[in-house]
Design a protein around this ligand. Structure first.
Ligand SMILES: NC(=O)c1ccc[n+]([C@@H]2O[C@H](COP(=O)([O-])OP(=O)(O)OC[C@H]3O[C@@H](n4cnc5c(N)ncnc54)[C@H](OP(=O)(O)O)[C@@H]3O)[C@@H](O)[C@H]2O)c1
Length: 257
């Protein structure tokens, strides 16, 4: 029996889109569990502030952080970032594919180029990053894809995001099957409604609050820190026999009607 099966001490983790929102909460929690966290995003100033916050969270647990700026949709930049990880760290233990962009429009309002761009960020980029990460992983490696409750369920006016997140959920199972023989576990975390910066107008809206009160078992918005425990668990030795799983962190949204 391990002393602390949730410890990530000595692990190196990459969190894409770790400078704000759920990604920052996840990066902070990984560092608090003892990991060295490579925090990704595009804006270098935002990244600098995020690295300071992640380091503060890791203090005492020997977790630390550094910035790894690149655009997940830029194949050349992704390749350069992975060459840097290989050179500076020699390996990667944990990948959290967190970047995701939403663009809610009716079907006919989408030009195909917009569809391709969104699928590129939400599905093609996690595919590319996951296979590059797997190339740097040994037995015990962990990949966690951040999907959404839009995927298992859907609503009108959100087709491209839903298709991409449903695809990422399916990709999670496919990666689990393909990488399992190498001892790499691949799982997905599906957030429900979280009070992140991008959702600020909805969080301030009393009608949305009232709707979530009725629509979710817990009756409220999720706070960004509430996503992190699920990701730490899936990244840790405690989840050694869990792979190909979708873990909803949604206050009961998927379980409730
Ligand atoms: N918030 C929710 O309620 C909710 C619900 C369901 C699912 N999710 C999913 O959870 C994940 C995080 O959501 P969030 O609300 O926390 O997002 P967010 O606040 O919009 O955070 C986005 C992060 O990704 C970075 N980013 C955006 N595009 C990027 C790119 N092309 N390359 C590299 N970094 C990029 C941003 O930094 P830069 O702009 O500096 O690049 C920032 O760090 C997403 O996959 C989202 O779909 C969220």
């Amino acid at each position: 029996m391990m002393k602390n099966p949730f410890s990530l001490h000595g692990r190196t983790a990459l969190v894409t889109g770790g400078s704000t929102g759920l990604g920052l909460a996840i990066a902070r929690a990984l560092a608090a569990a003892g990991a060295w966290v490579l925090v990704n995003g595009r804006d270098k100033a935002k990244l600098q502030a995020a690295v300071a916050s992640v380091e503060e969270a890791g203090a005492g647990a020997e977790g630390a952080a550094s910035a790894l700026p690149f655009d997940v949709a830029d194949e050349t930049a992704v390749a350069a970032a992975f060459a840097q990880i290989a050179q500076q760290h020699g390996r990667l233990d944990i990948l959290v594919n967190n970047v995701g962009q939403r663009d809610r429009r009716a079907l006919d309002a989408f030009a195909l180029d917009d569809v391709r761009r969104l699928l590129g960020i939400n599905l093609v980029a996690p595919f590319d990053i996951a296979r590059r990460a797997a190339g740097l992983m040994q037995t015990g490696g962990r990949i966690v894809n951040i999907t959404s409750i839009a995927g298992p369920i859907s609503r009108g006016g959100d087709a491209v995001y839903t298709a991409a997140k449903g695809g990422l959920e399916a990709l999670t199972r496919a990666l689990a099957a393909e990488l399992g023989p190498r001892g790499i576990n691949v799982n997905a975390v599906a957030p429900g409604f979280f009070a992140t910066e991008v959702n600020a107008p909805l969080v301030a809206d009393p009608n949305t609050r009232q709707w979530l009160r009725q629509r979710t078992s817990l009756g409220r918005w999720g706070q960004p820190d509430e996503i992190a425990g699920a990701v730490v668990f899936l990244a840790s030795p405690a989840a050694s026999y869990v792979t190909g799983h979708l873990l909803a962190v949604d206050g009961g949204y998927l379980a409730h009607f």
